[in-house]
Structures are given as structure tokens and as C-alpha cells.
Design a protein around this ligand. Structure first.
Ligand code: TYD
Length: 201
């Protein structure tokens, strides 16, 4: 059970953040040290890059490069040391988000992202990725009911559709790693699916 790398993905408004604390509890109950972190961010430099990424307009390729710059630091400072000491790493987003947002929604070449992925991650990949999936209308409704939107959250329905499709395609291409969680259900049902996925690890 130890030293697992788990990532959470989904469109903005899909509800992944709601489940982080229960996942930490489930893992901790098994006596595992859990390192909960996020991208972009997770380090001091990464959090500074996050501020720029979420609030400044920039070319999609610049965005991709900064995401991977933050990721490089995150892997070196947080993810690898935690896995090496047998901890479980729970990251709110990772590289699948770059494929969904920068490639799927903003048109950056997948081959460029692959290049950076190999450079920055070498052979590091999540052991399990929970993809929180909801119809686009639902995620947009949830977002508009919530807080002030960041740069990504102000985008159109078409943009969110491209993100959702890109995520679902990634899940189809990597069935051993992905668990698609239907988040358009009552919270207790979603929590049950999450718990089953974690138990299967
Ligand atoms: P998010 O994870 O949704 O955090 P919060 O719930 O605090 O808004 O915000 C991160 C945003 O960054 C989200 O809109 C997706 C975007 N993002 C990318 O575009 N590419 C990436 O590689 C990553 C990690 C995130």
C-alpha cells in the first residue's frame, strides 16, 4: 500500500477538491503517511508560478512551459522524496491536466507536451488517477454559484467540452491507471466510488 502516487483530475467545478480530506482520512486510517499537494504549486516557487498561471494572460506554450517548470520543482522537492520514504502522495492535478487544458482545450501540440513529460518526469507516472467527471453544464453551474472565477474558470462551454473530452480520452488510453468517477451523483455516492477506488490500490 505504501509509496503510491495518486492524482486527482477533472474540469473546474467537477468536485474533486471536495473529496481530498476524505481520501487523506482513508489512507491515514491504513497507517500510511499522506502528503497532500497540488499543481500548479506544491512548492514555494511553484505557488509563485501558480499566481502567474492563474491570473496572467500568456501564450498557451508559455503556460505549458511554466506548468512543467513548476512540476520539475514539485517532483524534485516534494513528490520523489515523499515516495522514497514510503509516503503516499496525493496531488490535486498533475500532467493529465496539461494534456486536457493546454493540449485539448488550447491546442498545444501533444508531441511538445510528451517531450516535456519525458524530460521532467522520466519514468515517474501516477499509480492511480481519479478523474471526476460531470457534464459541462453541471460544472459551469457549480462554478457560477461559487467564488470569483480565475482565468481558466471564465472560459466558454466549448472550452470546457474540449477539456472533458480530452480527459475522457486520456482515461480510455490509460485504463489501468484511471478510475473515472461519475460526479454527477449525490455526494455520498461519489464518496463511495472514491473509497472503492482507493481500496483497490
Ligand atoms: P484548480 O486545480 O481547479 O484549483 P482551484 O480549485 O483552487 O481553482 O486550479 C488550477 C487551474 O490550473 C485549473 O483551471 C486547471 C489549470 N491547469 C492547467 O491548465 N494545466 C495544468 O497542467 C495544471 C496542473 C492546471
Amino acid at each position: 500500500m505504501n509509496a503510491k502516487f495518486i492524482t486527482l483530475e477533472g474540469m473546474d467545478g467537477a468536485g474533486k477538491s471536495t473529496h481530498i480530506s476524505s481520501i487523506i482520512e482513508l489512507l491515514s486510517a491504513r497507517g500510511v503517511e499522506v502528503v497532500s499537494t497540488r499543481e500548479p504549486g506544491g512548492t514555494e516557487l511553484g505557488e509563485r508560478l501558480r499566481e502567474l498561471l492563474l491570473h496572467e494572460a500568456m501564450h498557451p506554450e508559455t503556460e505549458t512551459l511554466l506548468m512543467f517548470a513548476a512540476r520539475r520543482e514539485h517532483i524534485a522537492q516534494v513528490i520523489k522524496p515523499a515516495l522514497a520514504r514510503g509516503a503516499c502522495v496525493l496531488s490535486d492535478r498533475f500532467t493529465d491536466a496539461t494534456y486536457a487544458y493546454q493540449c485539448g482545450a488550447k491546442g498545444v501540440d501533444a508531441s511538445k507536451i510528451e517531450l516535456l513529460e519525458h524530460w521532467v518526469q522520466d519514468s515517474l507516472q501516477p499509480d492511480m488517477t481519479l478523474l471526476f467527471d460531470v457534464p459541462v453544464e453541471v460544472s459551469m453551474q457549480r462554478l457560477s454559484a461559487a467564488r470569483t472565477p480565475d482565468k481558466f474558470e471564465r472560459e466558454s462551454a466549448d472550452f470546457f467540452t474540449r477539456i472533458r473530452n480530452a480527459y475522457l480520452q486520456r482515461a480510455q488510453q490509460n485504463p489501468a491507471r484511471f478510475r473515472v468517477i461519475d460526479s454527477n451523483q449525490p455526494l455520498a455516492e461519489v464518496a463511495k466510488s472514491v473509497a472503492e477506488a482507493i481500496a483497490s490500490l
